[in-house]
Design a protein around this ligand. Sequence first.
Ligand SMILES: Nc1nc2c(ncn2[C@@H]2O[C@H](COP(=O)(O)OP(=O)(O)OP(=O)(O)O)[C@@H](O)[C@H]2O)c(=O)[nH]1
Ligand SMILES: [Mg+2]
Length: 305
Amino acid sequence: MGFFENLSRGLQRSREAINEIFYFGGEVDESFWEDLEDTLVMGDMGADIAISVSDDLRELAARKNLKSARQLREALADRLAETFAAPERDPFSDVPSVVLFVGINGAGKTTTVGKIASASAHAGIKTIIGSADTFRAAAIEQLDVWGERAGVPVVKRERGADPASVCYDVLDVAEREGSELVLIDTAGRLHTSADLMRELAKVVNVTRKRAASCARGPMPVSVVLVIDAATGQNGLSQALEFNEALGIDGIIMTKLDGTAKGGIAMAVASKLKLPILRIGVGEQVDDLQPFDAREFCRALVGADA
Ligand SMILES: Nc1nc2c(ncn2[C@@H]2O[C@H](COP(=O)(O)OP(=O)(O)OP(=O)(O)O)[C@@H](O)[C@H]2O)c(=O)[nH]1
Ligand SMILES: [Mg+2]
């Protein structure tokens, strides 16, 4: 199944809700605008964004005399797309680069590391993986499988080892072997757990220090937060806490093929002014895609491609 199909199918819930209100034959009346606002609020983007989008659209519709469902739907997609920040730099293609993947348990970090390792190895980028999830029993094996599949080496230590030391190790190997892209997986943790967030801040600091002193010249370090889109508005609290503790550079939204409503992508991107770097639309190696705000919003509201 292709990317559009996966994403469109995943965002079906939002689209169906939006379809209902756009299914009108006659005038765009007061109740249409009320319904639109309600539907957007229900779509996980947060009430403030929903209200401002619906107000802007209403103003635009009056000014440009937009009346048909099609015109309004397209204008809505365009307005929603404006809430996203464009990335200044893509840490996966603009190498040399070190990327740390962080997020709550089960968000999709390890899978995403695997998908990116595979894509970058395919693109001819010399890639290496660091397995800094030394906490969960099966994490190292899981990453080994992805590494093997991608033909990318995995640097690891025994279970229970200090995760910061794995970051140190992987940068040593990267330096020695001339790796261009270093992907570091970390253990999942709740954004509300102060101890675990402190531990992660240490991991990030050690990585930054080591990367800054690479013999071949400093390697930029990006911290990427992986969010399961199905967690809804909780994704926003995750983003706020992780950003506060670590300084996040970008977001990857996973599981947009599932029952996610999709609006959380807008909430996070607009509240934190963080770019969405990739989106996950399935469990397979190819199910990771660059994020295109316009395409995403058109799939969300069901505007014709
Ligand atoms: N449908 C779907 N499933 C996904 C996606 N990304 C990851 N998954 C699944 O989500 C589950 C958890 O993924 P992991 O990559 O292990 O998540 P993690 O963040 O590394 O988890 P911890 O290491 O336990 O914190 C697995 O079953 C993945 O196959 C996605 O984009 N779509
Ligand atoms: Mg993991």
